[in-house]
Design a protein around this ligand. Structure first.
Ligand code: NCD
Length: 319
């Protein structure tokens, strides 16, 4: 069903594997709404370590909650207080943690490719919680689950992704996933925020927001990733909002039942109008957060099943 050892990206996943994660996540979403506290023992006896080398609110909190709801022992490694600040390399830190025999390692890192490198050095299952501008697979999966719940399907939809595409791992993972599921993808933003070869990713590129969202089923807004920009790539925040900020008036170009998404953190008045973001008739931002916990439960459950069967084959302890 899900034959992988790690979840490093959407690249390399098959359509059926994506559907398997989403189907299991749907079960966890129902359980989470039931509010019975400890939901499952899927990760009982396993240790999960969260290593976040970059700021995070939603992703870290939901991985922590997901692990706890499945019965894992969860440890958050605080990078600010760790030896990383004393100059230890990522690999040395990882090897130290590996020696403590975790079963699941959740990693966020500012360098693209860092999580793949780390996965090649440790024995446990690694989940990528975002690496540089490369991939953020659980975000794309939670977005996909939200879309599927709201639209009743996850294919043959027109999805417009707008904003800082060039620096966004969320955009990259979403483009891959939505492509695998056979959707029409449109990328909207100024040329300075568009990755080279965007068309080769199977998407149509627009510089005009209204033209790009015309007839769209889903409009996904992205934050300006200033921390990943070398210099000023937009003239001013006011100018950016005027051209690329989404408000109710511009959204009128999309389908009447279009939904508005944002991975957070959101900059109100920069990429999105605050009133629109809070409008529960169109905005699904809160549901995205809710589905984040369910998707992370599903992903860790599936990886843990593989971990347990590999351990059973070896006839020994995990890791
Ligand atoms: C995103 C990220 O970190 O890539 N946030 C998230 O995980 N929800 C997007 C962003 O930082 O803008």
């Amino acid at each position: 069903m899900f034959p992988h050892r790690h979840l490093l990206g959407i690249a390399g996943l098959m359509r059926g594997e994506i559907e398997a994660i989403l189907d299991l996540a749907e079960e966890y979403a129902a359980l989470n709404r039931g509010g019975t506290g400890d939901h499952s023992s899927a990760l009982r006896g396993l240790t999960q370590i969260n290593m976040f080398f970059e700021a995070s609110t939603r992703t870290q909190a939901s991985f922590e909650l997901a692990g706890k709801r499945l019965g894992a022992t969860v440890m958050n490694m605080s990078v600010a207080q760790s030896s990383v600040k004393k100059g230890e390399t990522l690999i040395d830190t990882a090897m130290t943690l590996n020696a403590m025999h975790p079963d699941l390692l959740v990693v966020r890192h500012p360098a693209s490719g860092a999580v793949n490198l780390l996965a090649s050095k440790v024995n446990c299952a690694v989940l990528n919680a975002g690496d540089g501008r490369h991939e953020h697979p659980t975000q794309a999966l939670l977005d996909a689950l939200t879309i599927r719940r709201r639209k009743g399907r996850l294919s043959r939809l027109t999805v417009a992704i707008c904003g800082d595409i060039a620096h966004s791992r969320v955009a990259r993972s979403n483009i891959l996933l939505l492509g695998i599921m056979e959707n029409r993808i449109r990328l909207i933003g100024p040329p300075t925020l568009m990755p080279a070869g965007a068309e080769r990713m199977g998407a149509e590129v627009f510089q005009d927001l209204r033209a790009g969202i015309e007839g769209a089923d889903v409009v996904m807004m992205l934050r300006l990733q200033k921390e990943r920009m070398d210099g000023a790539l937009v003239p001013s925040m006011r100018e950016y909002y005027h051209r690329f900020g989404l408000d109710a008036e511009k959204l009128a170009a999309a389908k009447p039942d279009a939904i508005v998404m944002h991975p957070g953190p959101m900059n109100r008045g920069v990429e999105i109008d605050g009133l629109l973001a809070d409008d529960i008739n169109v905005s699904v931002i809160q549901e995205q957060v809710e589905m984040g916990v369910a998707v992370r439960m599903a992903a860790m459950d599936l990886l843990a099943r593989n971990l347990r069967s590999r351990t059973a084959e070896r006839g020994g302890a995990a890791c």
